[in-house]
Ligand binder design. Structure first.
Ligand SMILES: [Zn+2]
Length: 495
């Protein structure tokens, strides 16, 4: 993206604002920020999760610009001391454009943020939102179940709403009565009965749900399970013959089970009701136009071998071109799909300790962990090793029985520090550590940064990295989406 210098003296502010919005959409931005500073108004775009400077508006035009945005978003322009919300509905090149606008008075003026809502991803259907083959099959099986709860979990901005909408789209058939309760209703979908929560008049998630149950529903979508009462109604709806689809703000499968059991729901009901859980993260996608390759470090080889049992020599790396930002363009979802079998259900009911539950969930490759799904996408060149380490929580995202892998991952800290002198590893503090360190230094180090070559395809003896036309792993003809934005449905509006 190019930093833009506008001719503020000669170009009408109306045109500048329009051009800014058009540029934001063109650059796949999810948000436009207007930040007042003492000497200017800084305009930034959020692209693939990161803010990038776009333009600086001189102080003399600051007020005009803010006022213009407030006018088109239906705000009160005479009020600048209180926060306000607004919306812009417009068209860009024939495509409808929905924007949500927020103004917040800060000490240097009013900060305005425009969120651009993009529904294109969710409407591509469950087959096209980046699930691996194995995971997609599991999700489809879950959606066949007539009653129970399917949860999508992830932090703010993990794309969990996108996945939820894609699932709803599959359930949206004339034979089923689908009712949603959302806060806010992001996108109106034909065929669904959507209820907007209005807590200020007492229409909370829980209140809406109680009424929905009298509306003969087959499928109920709950925007988010936030409190005990909502969780209890969700579970009760599920065991009385409804399919409940919802989201919850947790990290992974085990976390979700813990969180739900903390929520004061009877464990035996929970065990019965839960059908499956989809945990999700978003990693930045390597730009297919410029990505290069480099030899993998011993540490990376070790982690990939331990996690997904592949021997690799090279890895893709970000390079950077006019089409991307720092070698990345768009995002790739990383999933963990846990389908609950009777064993896991019983374990939940019987309050089985976490470590036992962990081996039931991940043992025998029953559930592909976030780390494993992520590393497969690394090997396939969709994202980079660094990105996966950034989005995965090493402490919680993999389990017991993976002790070697855990040590390999934690050894990372050492590998980074001692890239130059790998021999000089600190004295290991315990036996397990020692083992890991020995694995780490058993093989000669390759200096990756220097050996990096651009634009060549890695050649791995045992696993061929697909070239671009067969990019996606385990899937055919799936494009992870140049135009896709996982920033839609604004998980960020959770507050
Ligand atoms: Zn590029």
């Amino acid at each position: 993206m190019v930093f833009k210098e506008y001719d503020y003296d000669n170009k009408p502010i109306v045109e500048i604002v329009n051009e800014m919005m058009a540029d934001a959409v063109k650059n796949r931005a999810s948000d436009i920020h207007f930040d007042p500073t003492p000497d200017k108004l800084k305009v930034r775009f959020r692209i693939d999760g990161d803010l990038v400077d776009y333009a600086y508006v001189p102080n003399a035009f600051k007020k005009n610009m803010t006022t213009r945005i407030k006018i088109i978003s239906g705000m009160n322009i005479t009020e600048s001391r209180l926060p306000q919300d607004g919306a812009i509905k417009t068209e860009l090149e024939g495509k409808p454009l929905d924007m949500r606008v927020s103004a917040l008075p800060i000490v240097d003026g009013e900060k305005v943020v425009i969120r651009i809502l993009d529904y294109s991803t969710s409407l591509q259907g469950i087959d096209n939102i980046g699930f691996s083959d194995v995971n997609l099959e599991k999700v489809k099986r879950m959606l066949e179940v007539p009653n129970g709860i399917i949860l999508t979990t992830g932090a703010t901005g993990s794309g969990k709403s996108t996945t939820t909408y894609a699932m709803l789209q599959r359930l949206n058939t004339p034979e089923l009565n689908v009712i949603t309760v959302e806060d806010p209703v992001e996108m109106k979908i034909e065929g669904l009965n959507q209820v907007q929560v209005m807590a200020e008049i007492g229409l909370t998630f829980a209140a809406a749900l109680r009424s929905i149950l009298r509306q003969d529903p087959d499928v109920i979508m709950i925007g988010e399970i936030r409190d005990n009462e909502t969780a209890r109604i969700a579970v009760r709806s599920a065991i009385t013959g409804h399919l409940v689809v919802s989201t919850i703000h947790t990290n992974n499968t085990l976390n979700t089970i813990e969180r739900l059991t903390d929520m004061d729901i009877e464990r035996y009901l929970l065990g019965t009701a839960l059908v499956g859980m989809i945990s999700q993260r978003l990693a930045k996608k390597l730009c297919p136009k410029c990505r290069g390759s480099r030899p993998a470090t011993e540490y990376e080889k070790l982690v990939i071998k331990k996690a997904i049992n592949l021997d690799i020599d090279n890895l893709y790396m970000p390079v950077g071109c006019d089409d991307c930002i720092g070698g990345y363009r768009g995002r790739v979802p990383i999933h963990e799909v846990c389908e609950l079998d009777q064993e896991i259900k019983d374990a939940i009911t019987n309050s089985t300790p976490k470590e036992k539950l962990r081996s039931l969930v991940y043992g025998n490759n029953k559930t592909i962990s976030l780390l494993q799904d992520g590393l497969k996408k690394v090997v396939n060149g969709l994202t980079s090793f660094e990105e996966i380490l950034r989005v995965i929580d090493i402490e919680t995202d993999f389990g017991e029985g993976d002790e070697e892998l855990r040590m390999a991952l934690l050894g990372k800290i050492k590998a980074d520090k001692d890239t130059e002198e790998a021999e000089e590893v600190e004295e290991p503090t315990n036996v397990e550590n020692e083992a890991a360190v020995q694995v780490e230094i058993a093989q000669p180090k390759t200096n990756t940064a220097k050996a990096a070559s651009t634009k060549s395809e890695p050649i791995n003896p045992q696993y061929e990295i697909p070239t671009e036309d067969k990019l996606s792993f385990n899937q055919e003809g799936i494009d992870f989406g140049e135009e896709m934005s996982y920033d839609d449905f604004d998980d960020d509006y959770d507050y």
